[in-house]
Structures are given as C-alpha cells and as structure tokens.
Design a protein around this ligand. Structure first.
Ligand code: 4SX
Ligand code: FE2
Length: 348
C-alpha cells in the first residue's frame, strides 16, 4: 500500500506482444483484421486502428517465445508519468524509466512490474499520425476503429480489484456466486464498460486484447473473411452477444495463439453514480446473452507474461473455485431462468 496519489490514467492505450513469425502475424493483423501499419522493420510492426491518431495501439515484436511484453496506459499529462514513477517506487515494486523513443513513437515513460505480476507502462507523449476516420477508401468491410480493453488472468480477483481501485479504476460489472466468490470483474477509467477485465485463473497471464468496430456487420465480415481464407480455425468463440457489457463479440486466435477480441456496442459509464451490474456465475446468459456455451479453451488458455527483463513470469495457481468447474462439465450447474436450475452435461 501507498498513501501517494496514483497517476491519472486516461485509458488503456497499447499492448506490446512478442510473436514468433512477423510475416505470419502481419498476414493476420494487417491482411485479415485490416489494422494500419504506422511503421515496420525486420524486428517489429507498429499498428493502429482507423480512428487512432497516436503512433500505435499494438506493437508486434519478433521474439523466441510468444508472450505479452507490456500493457500500456496513457496518463493525462507528462507530469503524471512522474507521478507514476513516485507512486510505484513508494509501492515497492520494480520501476524503470524509459527514455523517449525506447518504444518507437512513445515519449519518456515508466514501466513497472505491477503487484499482480504484469509489465505495465505509463506514458503521455506520443507521436501523432494521420487519423483515418473518414478514409473510407482505405477501410475494408471489417474496419476496426480503436483499441477497447485488456483482459488479464489473475488468481485473486478481489485483490486485483483492490489494486486497480487504488489506481482510480471503477467497477462496472462482475461475476460472483452466492458466497461472494468473485470469478471476474470489469473496471474502467474511460467512460465504457472497461479498460481492464480481471479474469480469475492461474496467472499472471494475458487473456486477450480487444479492439472495437462501429458495427456488428464489421464483426460478421471478419468471420466471412476468415472462412474465405479457409482460416475459420482462427475463430475461437462467437460471434455472439455478451451478457456482461452487452457487447457484440468475436474471439480470434492470432498465429501464436494470442487471443484478440473484436467488440462493439457496450454502453456509457461516465456518470459518477454509474450502477454496478452483478451477475450470478450460474446464470447461463452472463457470458453469452443467447446462452451459447463458452468453449473450454477460452477458460483454459492464455498468453505467457514477461517481466521487465523479458523472462517469463512464474504462474501462481488460483486456489478458489474456477468458473469452468462450476458451470461446465459433469458437475456444472447453470440456469436460464433462476427458479428452474438444471445441470448441463448430466441427466440429473
Ligand atoms: O464473456 S463475458 O460476457 O463475461 C465478457 C467477456 C464480456 C465482455 C468482455 O469484453 C469479455 O471479454
Ligand atoms: Fe473482452
């Protein structure tokens, strides 16, 4: 704990992923998703979506093992980068300064290993590039507008919620059981459902990074596009409508197995009294509003996370019940109507 003021985070801003084959990754992120290349060389590709005017919202860096290298939050001013340095120094975690350009396009920043075990950057200054909002001549039918959120896997969700609350994030929704076990939580700084989702499980691991489109049709086009390429096996879950967040969604797996969500139609959360939505873990519509079952891989798999030296972090096991264990499989229990509980996968 620290009594210092936390940095004023505006929003989730970019992720840096380690990928093993840049050409394959380029075919997926540029060829299929249509992300815009701001800069590329033999070691990295810097990508942005059509509405974004900062240098990048995704960095793909070539490396030996697929992993998450950093999640970056933008803070309100360059002075707030200094606030982050002081806050995390006082918190007692590892803190490193990054000089301007240490990441191409990004000004002087601070990277930390947060108490949950994630490599996190705070930055403000960044190169501006052309915002392609109205370049409809360049946008394909599946055009992606902007980065929306990060989703991380962490064993102790209430502890993670407390840490992120200390950073000034608010809860929009969560999934609990009737004994107050928390399975997942969604927290935000910008006025949407989330900048970060906390998924209960063995961690630290990265569950997914999500980009938003303006319309559902753009998500459906991405499915058609993958089918036409005979790459439908890159579709892991969806398309569908989430219960939590109400967003329309699709989860894709990139060539290294990093999970990317395409997301649209969540709601405004910017008023100070925005109501918190609590879901029962047994509610069969919580993760898919149409009741479509969640595939087991979605609960099981997530990306390796690196420390600031680039070494994979050790994984700590979740000791509390896992959501998949209480909702799917032979003992799984869930309901569509609260007063008519039934077991999925058994005759009981
Ligand atoms: O599966 S959930 O409906 O709980 C869900 C997952 C809601 C919003 C998200 O962004 C997500 O990844
Ligand atoms: Fe998500």
């Amino acid at each position: 704990m620290t009594s210092l003021t936390p940095p004023d985070v505006i929003r989730c801003a970019y992720a840096e992923l380690i990928v093993t084959d840049l050409a394959k990754s380029r075919a997926f992120y540029v060829g299929v998703l249509g992300l815009v290349v701001t800069y590329e060389d033999a070691d990295a590709i810097y990508l942005r979506a059509f509405e974004e005017y900062l240098h990048h919202s995704l960095v793909l860096r070539r490396g030996p093992v697929a992993a998450l290298a950093a999640l970056a939050y933008r803070v309100r001013s360059q002075a707030e980068v200094e606030t982050a340095f002081e806050y995390y120094t006082d918190l007692g975690v590892r803190v490193e300064r990054r000089e301007a350009g240490a990441t191409r396009g990004i000004g002087a920043a601070v990277r930390i290993e947060d108490p949950l075990g994630f490599p996190i950057e705070f930055f403000y200054e960044a190169d501006h590039v052309e915002r392609l909002t109205q370049r409809y001549d360049l946008q394909g039918a599946g055009a992606i507008a902007r980065l929306d959120h990060f989703n991380i896997v962490t064993p102790d969700v209430p502890a993670a919620m407390e840490y992120y609350s200390g950073l000034g994030f608010k809860v929009s929704e969560d999934i609990e059981d009737d004994q107050q076990t928390v399975f997942a939580a969604w927290m935000y700084r910008k006025a949407t459902v989330h900048d970060i989702a906390l998924t209960g499980g063995d961690g630290p691991r990265m569950h997914h990074i999500a980009f938003s489109t303006h319309e559902r049709s753009q998500i459906l086009h991405l499915c058609d596009h993958l089918g036409a390429l005979r790459e439908s096996d890159k579709i892991e879950r969806g398309p569908g409508r989430h219960g939590v967040s109400n967003a329309f969604y699709l989860y894709l797996l990139d060539p290294d197995g990093h999970r990317i969500e395409i997301y649209t139609h969540d709601y405004y959360t910017g008023d100070p009294d925005n109501p918190v939505v609590k879901w029962d873990v047994h509610d069969n519509q919580r993760r898919d509003w149409w009741g479509t079952p969640v595939v087991p891989s979605w609960y099981a798999n997530a990306s390796t996370v690196l420390d600031l030296d680039g070494t994979p972090r050790e994984i700590r096991e979740r000791t509390e019940t896992k959501e998949a264990d209480v909702t799917i499989g032979a003992d799984g229990f869930s309901f569509t109507r609260k007063d008519e509980g039934f077991k999925i996968g058994s005759q009981v």
